[in-house]
Design a protein around this ligand. Sequence first.
Ligand code: AMP
Length: 658
Amino acid sequence: MGTESTEAAIEALLDEQRTFPPPDEFASRAIVADDSVYRRAEEDPEGFWRGLADEFLDWLTEPTKGLEWDPPHCTWFADGELNVAANCLDRHVEAGRGDRVAYHWVGEPESESADLTYGEMLREVSRLANALRTLGVSKGDRVGIYMGMVPELPIAMLACARIGAPHVVVFGGFSSESLAERLRDSGARLLITQDEGWRKGGKVPLKVNADAAADAAPTVERLVVFRRTGDEVPWNDDRDVWWHDAVAGEPDECEPERMGAEDTLYLLHTSGTTAKPKGVQHTSAGYLLHAAVTHKWIFDIHDDTIWWCAADVGWVTGHSYIVYGPLCNGTTSVLYEGDPAYPDWDRHWEIVERYQVNSYYTAPTLIRSFVKMGEDYPARHDLSSLRLLGTVGEPINPEAWVWYWKVIGGERCPVVDTWWQTETGGILITPLPGLTTLKPGSATVPFPGIKPAILDEQGNPVPQGQGGFLTVKHPWPGMFRTLWEDDERYVSNYFSKYGPETYFTGDGAKQDSDGYYWLMGRIDDVINVAGHRLSTTEIESTLVEHEAVAEAAATGAADPERGQRIVCFVLLKGGYEPSDELAEELRQFVAAKIGKIARPAAVLFGDDLPKTRSGKIMRRLLKDIAEGHELGDTTTLRDAAVVDDLKQKADVALGRAG
Ligand code: AMP
């Protein structure tokens, strides 16, 4: 290693060779079956999106403008007017599809389920929208939403969209402090919540948390509380109103607000594990268009497709692919309230069978849990309705990909690995399932009209096969427009490294000789061993190839001689026991597969890994554990006990005990 530019890039060592062309049966009826979309978008990206804006959206005033770009800021369709809720509901009802099911809702308690049609959604949304107006909410006011996965959550979001009040959804698993911080940051005037939620057979005290948050967020004047479990909850007569009381007597029609294309639809705070969360700001038209087009094309949504995005609505994945994309397309979706392991690990497969789900979308972290639990669970159910599988959230290890394809997809369903971020609004790098030959572990190619580039520290494109920083060179409609009341941070975080025309994603990536993109994790996760910059993703994917390993996380611990040494945390599959021999075998396995330079200094076995509530590994904590530091903030952790156990093991293995 020597020159500056190679040091600044990331070494790419893994070489996955398996390929999966689209099955003929799938390709012959795919929504996008003709690769001319790529050429059209390449030749005229603006014209491409304009055409789609006519096809996918109902406008109150047709836009005459397309992209206006004053780097790093842009607008799309700026003089157009529309209402997002009307695009998601009214037009389907007006077209005679009011009886179509919008959501097959499944409660966590097994006896509970309900179907909500587009017509019913429209009535409920209109009533709540009227109630919000009665409570004093008007266009531009921010409304916080802190709920579980009940149909009233999308109803609340659409009621806000109907009256032009940006919503700020906060994941129902967050603490009252996290909620309060987001309410304060956005200056929310009203908070919609529920008495309690269901999770893993227990009750989550949403109202109690909401009370504490509202006390710590002075802008919040009112709480609207949906009754879910019916248990008694603390009540403040001056401030709180039951949802059912608020909507009682409200008409079931509500004139939708005329919104400018660029008016804010919502704020959503990114999961940032260290600094203050960033209030990512999304628009009405551009965002909705991007969500709807990507949903239909990537997940191959036909009129009769039953769709299930198994994320939580509290994350951007839920916003774009449970609420806005599917409703804009008039799709029938599954909405599941609870935990994938409740009452047992086959809950998702039981739901797939019950509703004959065709397209299913989830995160690698859950797929790895399914792998760990074994094939018996999916084998209990008929999964033959599935036609397509998707993943998002992290790089997926090739072994987990192949398992998903084989065991869940029955070797017949394309697996779309979709790369995107809260900031991007919708998917940017992805296969189109009727066209793209898949490679396990690769998100494959840019969506039509998206122009990524992989750069070194100096801003030069890295040579093919070499890892570098993933950037995007041209605006797309669903891109966030700024950070809420902090445009300076928008510029400095995303548009200073390579200048105002180049969006800096913060992810590492490489491109192979076919031009396919391989995501290599966040830049901050790169491990530097004796001048070699290694990707945590590659080391983890290699470990997961070993038959004993269900899940792995790699981190770098400071090393006086070599810069950093590699410390790996491993979760074993059922039937395997931790031992020194197995740890040694895994170290040699990595060395043999990707080179001695990547041989871990230590392999530690745990019962779980420290994860955020969205299932992402908290690498900052792994580093603290590996380096024997006091642990940083653990409040966003899903299960805080996990880290104490790992810390003890690390201290023993790395000779720091006692
Ligand atoms: P979020 O904070 O939830 O917006 O997460 C966005 C980040 O998740 C990206 O910057 C990536 O690091 C990661 N990510 C999302 N999807 C993928 C994917 N398909 N492959 C690799 N990494 C992904």
